[in-house]
Design a protein around this ligand. Structure first.
Ligand code: FMN
Length: 310
């Protein structure tokens, strides 16, 4: 069956799932006020939380608008039964796909055996993917991973993952141990593309790591033959990073207007402090930006911040 991944243009673009960053409000800004990538992902959401008394909080991470589609929900954990149930919830919510996190290197999650720790636990990976596929009931299931834990094991690991009949695979070109401390290894990503061409041509491969511009997306697509390119931190330095006319520079006014819009989306019941992490992204690259940011950081509510920006 043709799924949405296969209908995307080549190369397609994706905004990386980023905990505490790619929340509903930020995705809404990306979908409506900035150049929109071809795919959006939610922050990672724990499958046990989705199946516990804390479900309300977990579900708030899975809120999206139709403007954000196509959108993929990312989940993490170790319990196959909860992956099955979570995939069902995600299907019912109307997402376009389910993505399983097998890449996060953060100690607190790795300690539980989840995320990048799964790279060394093939029997559990098999169970998790199979349970997710059953729960997703024809919704495409993808995996986001790294090239290894302590060292690159690309051939072995990617061959194994592709045997699980996944619809899409995102590879961040670093080992878990490397965190984000060394440049991403795109040669390893190219190896994964070769494996998929030989063994699972229907699976879509997305490369990830250190991409900062649309020109670079085109270059890496050509050089490393990935179907799509995912950008994470590149959006912090350039919110217009998915603009296909790359070259345009943006005025101070444009940056301020986007922040004003972002502030306007905050509902009264939402924590005002949570939006301050975005100030640096918008108020950064122009003369007087740091003085303005300093004042913005001291504000207590949306109206104080908005007054400073008008
Ligand atoms: C603040 C932050 C939060 C992240 N949260 C997630 C996450 O929830 N799920 C995930 O798969 N990766 C997460 N990542 C990793 C990114 O998706 C991406 O793989 C990584 O940043 C490398 O891409 P980049 O060089 O384009 O930033 C996070 C990265 C950052 C910087």
């Amino acid at each position: 069956m043709i799924n949405f991944w296969q209908k995307l243009p080549k190369p397609f673009t994706a905004l990386a799932p980023m905990e505490n960053v790619t929340d509903y409000l930020f995705r809404e800004i990306i979908a409506t006020n900035l150049p929109k990538p071809d795919v959006l992902f939610t922050e990672f959401t724990n499958v046990d939380s989705l199946n516990s008394a804390g479900v309300k909080m977990a579900l708030s991470k899975l809120k999206f608008s139709l403007r954000q589609k196509p959108i993929v929900a990312q989940i993490w954990g170790t319990n196959p039964e909860n992956f099955f149930k979570s995939a069902k919830i995600i299907k019912d919510l109307g997402f376009d796909g389910v993505d399983i996190n097998m890449g996060c290197p953060v100690r607190a999650v790795v300690k539980t055996g989840a995320c990048s720790a799964l790279i060394n636990n093939r029997p559990l990976v098999k169970e998790i993917i199979s349970a997710t596929q059953k729960g997703a009931n024809n919704l495409p299931v993808s995996v986001k991973t790294r090239i290894g834990v302590k060292e690159a094991v690309t051939n072995d690991w990617i061959t194994f993952l592709l045997e699980q009949n996944i619809d899409a695979l995102t590879i961040h070109g670093r080992t878990a141990r490397q965190m984000s401390d060394v440049p991403a290894n795109w040669e390893e990503i190219a190896k994964a593309v070769e494996i998929k061409n030989a063994t699972s041509p229907h699976t879509v491969v997305i490369g990830n790591g250190d991409v900062k511009s649309y020109d670079q997306i085109l270059e890496y697509h050509k050089k490393y033959k990935v179907d799509g390119v995912m950008i994470g931190r590149g959006i912090f330095s350039n919110p217009w990073v998915f603009d296909k006319n790359n070259s345009k520079t943006h005025s101070q006014q444009e940056y301020k207007e986007i922040l004003l819009k972002h502030l306007s989306l905050l509902r009264p019941d939402q924590n005002y402090e949570s939006i301050k992490k975005f100030f640096k992204m918008y108020i950064n690259s122009f003369k007087g930006a740091s003085a303005l940011r300093f004042k913005l950081m001291a504000t207590k509510n949306v109206s104080e911040a908005s007054d400073l920006l008008k």
